[in-house]
Ligand binder design. Structure first.
Ligand code: BYC
Length: 336
């Protein structure tokens, strides 16, 4: 579905022409800003500035891509889960992630960008997905660590999005967050079982997984606020409600207590409580690694993208069959 909205965005981004706003547009923008200031939600049919639309398409589509790329690292362990119970839980979790992708693509489509367009941006490498899914899952404990840390970070980031100013995104997030909290708890419980009842080798496997997933999880919140090009405008528009730095800090503070319950060490020797700030200080984050991974040079970027492109290509016959079936059921129109 190519809409006028997409055309306008293309002109603004592409040919460098100044966007001359009419008096009517300025009035619409004033009304829009007033809605945002009043804390009201924006619906799909409401007027919105093109940059607001574009920012939402960027964030929502990247979020959707993260959900479906996020199925890959864990999906890798479905056939090797240690018990039938763990296998059933993991299957349900990975299926939930497919569902989250669908809700989010649907929310993105309300902005006038089709799912095919969003997926094309993913497959051609133009759209990002979360940096975290470019790391490998080397052991069963990684599945638990993803649940505890990755889903834990996701919830911390996503709960404020339930109050995002764009209503279709906010509504999708409410449902997603409910399921994410189950995901986080199953991961924590899987690790706790290994730490409390496991062999020394299993406990070491948990610690090794935590060592490898800690820093990438901390990086999930995005760059520091003063290096985040999109934050100021997204906060102004109520797309983001809490800043990258603030969310990262809240995640670290919560994880420290949870690590104590698990009996694992977080791999940061500089992690300590700061009474004055009422928060934990932490060691330096290797942002060069973060920028490298999101630029496409992480341990699994190529593998992840290739898997998604293959899934799309392999699914062509399903899409064609669905379209053929749908066309048979289309109401016959009079050729008047
Ligand atoms: N990874 O100006 P900034 C899940 C990019 S799914 C990759 O701060 P923004 C799960 C950013 O896009 C988790 N890229 O950006 C699924 C921007 O580049 P562009 C996904 C990142 O948008 C399955 C540039 O860096 N969650 O949890 O204001 C199984 C500058 O950043 C990352 C969401 O998508 C990153 N980590 O803030 C288990 C939540 N961080 O686009 C779990 C929704 C930053 O200008 N998204 N970048 O080229 C958000 O809340 C925001 O988009 C972010 C970034 C906080 C991620």
């Amino acid at each position: 579905m190519y809409t006028q909205a997409m055309d306008t965005m293309g002109k603004e981004a592409g040919d460098g022409r100044k966007n001359v706003r009419s008096a009517e547009e300025m009035q619409l923008e004033e009304r829009f800003d007033a809605q945002i200031d009043a804390g009201n939600f924006i619906e799909a049919k409401d007027w919105m500035p093109e940059h607001y639309r574009k920012t939402l398409v960027r964030q929502i589509s990247q979020h959707a891509h993260s959900e479906i790329v996020g199925m890959l690292p864990e999906g890798n362990w479905i056939s090797r889960a240690p018990t039938l119970k763990r296998k059933a839980i993991l299957l349900a979790k990975v299926q939930d992630e497919a569902g989250h992708g669908l809700y989010l693509y649907a929310a993105g489509e309300t902005l006038g960008t089709s799912r095919d367009q969003m997926l094309d941006a993913l497959h051609s490498g133009r759209a990002k997905y979360s940096s975290i899914f470019n790391y490998p899952t080397l052991s069963w404990a990684d599945v638990g660590a993803i649940g505890w840390l990755v889903d834990g970070a996701a919830i911390m980031n996503q709960v404020p999005i339930c109050r995002c100013s764009y209503a279709p995104y906010a509504r999708a997030m409410i449902r997603i967050c409910r399921e994410e909290s189950f995901h986080q708890r199953q991961g924590f419980e899987a690790l706790l079982t290994m730490m409390q009842h496991g062999t020394d080798a299993q406990k070491a496997m948990v610690q090794d997984a935590v060592n490898r997933w800690w820093w990438p999880s901390v990086m999930m919140f995005g760059p520091p606020d003063d290096e985040s090009p999109n934050s100021a405008q997204s906060m102004r528009w109520g797309i983001k409600r809490v800043s990258n730095d603030e969310l990262r800090q809240k995640f670290i503070d919560a994880a420290v207590d949870q690590a104590k319950v698990l009996g694992v060490t977080l791999p940061d020797p500089e992690l300590r409580w700061n009474e004055e700030r009422q928060a934990h200080d932490h060691g330096p984050i290797d942002w060069s690694e973060f920028w490298r991974v999101i630029a496409g040079d992480g341990p699994c970027n190529r593998e992840r993208l290739a898997a998604r492109v293959k899934a799309w290509d392999d699914g062509a016959w399903v899409r064609e069959a669905a379209m053929a079936h749908a066309s048979k059921h289309e109401p016959v129109r009079d050729a008047a």
